[in-house]
Design a protein around this ligand. Structure first.
Ligand SMILES: [Zn+2]
Length: 575
């Protein structure tokens, strides 16, 4: 039974919208659409309803201890994959792989690194040894039994960024081949010359993190420069998470295997704590804070610390065929059904790990059982939607997100259907578990036409869209949609709203911070008694409507002019 609120929304929708439908079943006296090519639109409230209870039930199920934290390559993977296949069949969806299965195999290498020789800095007879895990977390991505650095010169390279579009090069002409570079986390927070209390929005996105701020970039750039090791100095605020999250890297790490067995990567990748960094700089006769300040300008030059670094790690390797799980809902239009809207959510989480308060199973209820549950409910709704959508849908549950977005990377490099025929990606990673919001956030707002679809749909719910409240954390580069974007496919990265109905603005922020602090990547990420998925269901309803409308639209969504991924999309259509 529709509640009062939804009735109000339907009325609002009927008044506010300029609507026509393909089958002419609605009797709204709608004004003519602004352009004659405007696609037929079914109101959000007229689409099948997504129920909070359904999302909660599947989330609860997937985060049970029986699923063992859903780590790739474990019994947890087998149980999860089996569950998803059964669910897709139950929903009446076809196998998403053209080979007739629901599976896309993803070949991974799993690496467990261990320290065989501690990270040691030496200078003029003085020695500073760092304690594994407490002070340093390091590994090698080489597909080889061991990796090391020995007597490698240590150089501080500021933020370790080379960004021609900003006229910025931290390396200058200093050769760091074979050296150990120490880098700061995030991208340079350059003050606005006109108002030094603010960040310069023209340099590295101001408050927003660019890809230059991502830790993966630091290791990639170090490899391009020929460094032997890259050590990132961890600081909680600019990293966006405490060192305990970094320590999670000591669990088995996964990667796709490059043809060179990943030998093109640096020997050792790692993080050191701020405290350890301060000791290192003091040993070198340098002031960490002073050098960090220098690193804020284009004039910064790398600073050799006069210190040598040594360390050795051993790698225990295994190869695994992990799996993306994928289903298809075929479009109704013969001319458009070979084009796809892809909904994705990562099924994996961290598995079984170090105990916290006696609990070893990292259940990943919010991260990301909730996203998987939501995509399943969106699939159920789309299957029932009338009229049936013209284009096809893929429901792609990817593996190994927690290991570095690997399942989605594999899909984007080995798509089951051409990327030029892939209309859009909508990725769901976590949902809002604290009730209804007046808004829905979009990470990287303004990137593509998908935002306009979302804005229109949100209006029908009496809601607005807001930018990512934490652009400084670089969430745009931390979720699976990024691999679609990187390859040129317009991708939407929705996030929970922050403006909770009946609560203060601070309340939403406080709840978010509390989750990050206590439950993010911890065994306590479980379904809690105070969860209220009514807002999550409203968000799902919107995201379903966006996909439905994209699937029926006259033309494919595009990146906005000036977007960093647009050139790649344009090139796709020129081929
Ligand atoms: Zn996660």
């Amino acid at each position: 039974m529709p509640n009062l609120r939804s009735l109000q929304l339907m009325t609002a929708a009927a008044l506010a919208l300029a609507l026509t439908t393909a089958c002419g079943r609605t009797e709204q006296a709608a004004p003519a659409p602004a352009t004659s090519t405007a696609p037929a639109v079914v109101p959000v409230a007229a689409l099948p309803r997504i129920e909070p209870a359904a999302i909660l039930e599947t989330t609860t199920r997937l985060s049970m201890d029986k699923f063992q934290g859903r780590a790739p390559g474990t019994v947890g993977e087998d149980i999860t994959v089996g569950y998803l296949e059964a669910k897709f069949k139950e929903l009446g969806l076809k196998p998403g792989n053209p080979d007739g299965t629901y599976i896309q195999k993803v070949p991974l290498v799993g690496i467990i690194g261990s320290e065989t020789k501690p990270l040691t800095f030496t200078k003029a007879g003085k020695t500073l040894g760092l304690k594994w895990k407490d002070d340093v977390v390091a590994w090698s991505k080489h597909v080889a039994p061991a990796a090391s650095i020995a007597g490698s010169d240590v150089v501080f390279v500021g933020y370790g960024v080379e960004a021609p579009e900003y006229g910025w090069n931290d390396f200058k002409d200093v050769d760091v081949k074979g050296k150990t570079i120490v880098v700061l986390v995030n991208d340079p927070p350059v003050p606005d010359p006109a108002n030094p209390s603010q960040l310069d929005s023209k340099t590295f996105g101001g408050k927003a993190m660019t890809y230059y701020g991502r830790w993966t970039y630091k290791f990639e750039e170090g490899a391009r420069k020929g460094a032997a090791a890259v050590l990132i100095v961890h600081e909680t605020a600019p990293a966006g998470y405490p060192f305990s999250v970094v320590q999670g890297n000591l669990n088995e790490k996964f990667d796709l295997v490059a043809p060179d067995k990943n030998m093109g990567k640096v020997n050792i990748e790692g993080w050191i704590t701020l405290e350890a960094a301060r000791k290192l700089f003091t040993m070198a006769g340098q002031d960490y804070d002073a050098l960090k300040k220098q690193a804020l300008t284009k004039d910064f030059k790398p600073v050799p610390l006069g210190v040598k670094a040594s360390m050795a790690v051993a790698n225990k390797l295994r190869t695994i065929d992990s799996r993306n799980v994928v289903a298809k809902l075929e479009g109704s239009d013969p001319a458009l059904k070979d084009e796809y809207v892809v909904y994705s959510a990562h099924w994996d989480h961290l598995g079984v790990g170090a105990p916290v308060n006696g609990d070893t199973i990292y259940n990943g209820a919010l991260d990301n059982a909730s996203g998987v549950a939501t995509v399943l409910e969106i699939a159920r709704a789309l299957k029932q939607a009338q009229p049936q959508p013209k284009r096809s849908f893929l429901f792609l549950m990817v593996t190994a997100e927690e290991k570095g977005l690997i399942g989605s990377e594999y899909y984007s490099l080995n798509p089951l259907y051409p990327l030029a025929k892939t209309a859009a990606n909508i990725n769901i990673d976590g949902v809002n578990q604290w009730g209804k919001t007046k808004d829905i956030s979009v990470v990287g707002l303004g990137a593509s036409d998908l935002d306009d679809y979302l804005r229109e749909a949100a209006k029908e719910q009496g809601r607005t869209i807001t930018p990512d409240p934490e652009p400084e954390k670089g969430f745009y580069y931390r979720s699976d949609h990024f691999n679609f974007a990187k390859q040129g496919v317009p991708a939407l990265d929705p996030d929970s709203g922050i403006d909770y109905i009946g609560k203060s603005a601070e309340w939403g922020k406080a709840k978010r911070d509390e989750y990050t602090e206590k439950d993010y990547h911890a065994p306590s990420d479980q379904v809690k008694p105070d969860w209220d998925l009514s807002g999550a269901a409203e968000d799902a309803q919107l995201l379903m409507a966006v996909g439905y409308r994209v699937a029926n639209a006259d033309k494919l969504p595009e990146w906005k002019p000036g977007n960093e991924f647009k050139a790649k999309r344009d090139a796709m259509f020129k081929k």
